[in-house]
Write a protein that binds this ligand. Sequence first.
Ligand SMILES: Cc1cc2nc3c(=O)[nH]c(=O)nc-3n(C[C@H](O)[C@H](O)[C@H](O)COP(=O)(O)OP(=O)(O)OC[C@H]3O[C@@H](n4cnc5c(N)ncnc54)[C@H](O)[C@@H]3O)c2cc1C
Length: 461
Amino acid sequence: VTPGLVRDLAAIVGPKAVLDGEAARPYQRDSTEMQGLAGRADAVVLPSNVEQVRRLVAWCYEHGVAIVPRGGGTGFAGGAVPVEGGVVLSLERLDRVLRFDPELWRMQVEAGVRTGRVHRLARENGLLFPPDPGAAEQSTIGGNVACNAGGPHSFKYGVTAHWVTGLEAVIAGGELIRLGGPLRKDVAGLDLRSLLIGSEGTLGVIVRVWLRLTPAPEALIPVVAAYSSPEAGVMGLSRVYGYGLLPAALEYFDAGAVAATRAAFPGGLPEATAFLVVAEADGTRQGAEALAAEVAEALAEGALEVRRLGSPGEIRDLWRWRNGVSFAVSAQLGGKMSEDVAVPLDRLGEAIAMVVEVGQEHGLRTCSWGHAGDANLHATFMIDASSPEQVARASAAASSLFARTLVLGGTVSGEHGLGWVKREQFDRQFGPVEATLQRSIKALFDPRGLFNPGKKLPPIG
Ligand SMILES: Cc1cc2nc3c(=O)[nH]c(=O)nc-3n(C[C@H](O)[C@H](O)[C@H](O)COP(=O)(O)OP(=O)(O)OC[C@H]3O[C@@H](n4cnc5c(N)ncnc54)[C@H](O)[C@@H]3O)c2cc1C
């Protein structure tokens, strides 16, 4: 540990905002805890304003100390875990809504504002902030931007990047940069904003974000279709596309995911259900009604049952069930290793089957569910997380899953990022030229390699 580290950091943020011992423990982990990943921060600091972030980064840069930016710690890639030590810089106290102009459909927030708070503020004013990653009450806007988070409604509305018009970040040496702003269009210069979005804390610390909002749809009508086989369900999904229909969300759940969650499904499911599609039509009341009818028709052939959910209570229960899928699957054996691969749309059926095959090859209980409309799977190996042998077996299965995903023309991560746990996949997915370009950009932003070292694009060797 650098001598004087805690004293110097405390001089910047105040002694109460430098945590150690028990208080620092939650900051050593994120949602990869189930895989046994934990770090050992040299210090955890909680700045309360941008000036403090600047001074902290400047101090770390001067002293060669690694900086691990942290939002809500809900990440699934270990990005916020201080695996190799350093200073965890938590943005949780930068939680001010700096500006909200509902009549202009825009909001400026500090990075530590929780996603759920932005959802509520928008909704209370007749607006919608569409990105809806599953842990919205814990995750932060800074973390969402750093991971370019998606969610079920990304099918129609796009991922976080689509809703960010500007951001400010602290980069090497404590420099504050402003990229974009409350602008709906901006093509001057190279698009550095897009480089920061999805950078997983490897280029700098995002401190403020301008968000774009959209008028909230008047009506939401979920349509649920149950099938006895994945093949029948995937055919239904391809008809939704083929007919040119655009529901807000288009999700799927395979047999294993259905088995783990069926007891809580609102209104129950037919006994033989081995594949489930959940779509949500939105728009004006009339538009949503018409779209829901068309989606139901597209999904009907080969289905055991197709039904619409109508009442606000049913819709709330459906999304509560959806948000609980990950936890219900974990509860089966006490843990899981879940990967977020994505493939071209026409390979979705093969990818769903591939997950089951990989699980069988490694002797693991397996399931998948996810964002069918974006062909983004949550490929999951169920394990007893306290068994090192099972964790190792799931890691081997994940490695095989990644290799086979790349053969399908896919990506090893559709929404969670590479962070620490998937860092080795970087050089598997990118050729040497693409990889070198990315590492060169990292070196330009972060010449001493102190922002989240080893994450996302690990050093060569
Ligand atoms: C139950 C559950 C459901 C989920 N569902 C989804 C989903 O549907 N879609 C999806 O995309 N993700 C999902 N996630 C993953 C996770 O919620 C998202 O990746 C989220 O965006 C992480 O935000 P966070 O604030 O918790 O970030 P953290 O976990 O704290 O950090 C994540 C990464 O971002 C970096 N980072 C955080 N804040 C900043 C900042 N201000 N500046 C620079 N870097 C920063 C960190 O260094 C780290 O690399 C889910 C997670 C859980 C637990």
